[in-house]
Write a protein that binds this ligand. Structure first.
Ligand code: FES
Length: 169
């Protein structure tokens, strides 16, 4: 029977700056509840890695927070802000939920797909843009809207979309 060996540490994959940032979040929880920082930790290592999570990085987060890897994978696969494949420099998260749909999100999606030459879920060949369909982002009053990075762009029209994309590197 094969012996279950001790897992090799992957903590070295998290930079010192990321660890310091994760520690900041861990400090918000009781000492025996540091797992509460898992969502922040995943966001931090995802940012460190150009916008997506590798299995090794998720394992490193599990190790740092004393969690089972599967518990971290469950969080990373449940929430739409985590990526498990490489994404473009700008990830356009377009809401197609009810308010945005009623206010014309399908026109915005069509315009984006035509302009970028990709479909929802794809990344442009030059690695600049990823187009991602997401559920309600809690900004229904500004429908139709999308999020790029940490910025929400409200009340979109095709013209506004062109202006926004033109201004990005
Ligand atoms: S339905 Fe689009 S932000 Fe709520």
């Amino acid at each position: 029977m094969m012996q279950q060996g001790k897992r090799e540490s992957k903590l070295h994959l998290i930079t010192a700056a990321s660890l310091a940032e994760i520690d900041h979040w861990i400090a918000k929880y009781p000492a025996d509840r540091k797992q509460g920082a898992v969502m922040a930790a995943l966001r931090i290592v995802q940012d460190q890695n150009g916008g997506w999570l590798t299995n090794d990085l998720m394992d490193a987060v599990a190790e740092y927070l004393d969690m089972q890897p599967i518990e971290v994978y469950e969080v990373a696969t449940f929430y739409s802000m985590y990526e498990r494949d490489p994404v473009g420099r700008h990830k356009i998260c377009i809401c197609t939920n009810i308010s945005c749909m009623l206010c014309g999100s399908s026109d915005i999606v069509n315009h984006l797909e035509q302009r970028l030459g990709i479909k929802l879920g794809e990344t442009t060949e030059d690695g600049r843009f990823t187009l991602k369909e997401v559920e309600c982002l809690g900004a229904c009053v500004d429908a139709p809207m999308f999020q790029i990075g940490t910025t929400y762009y409200p009340k979109l029209t095709k013209e506004k979309v062109d202006e926004i994309l033109d201004a990005l590197d």
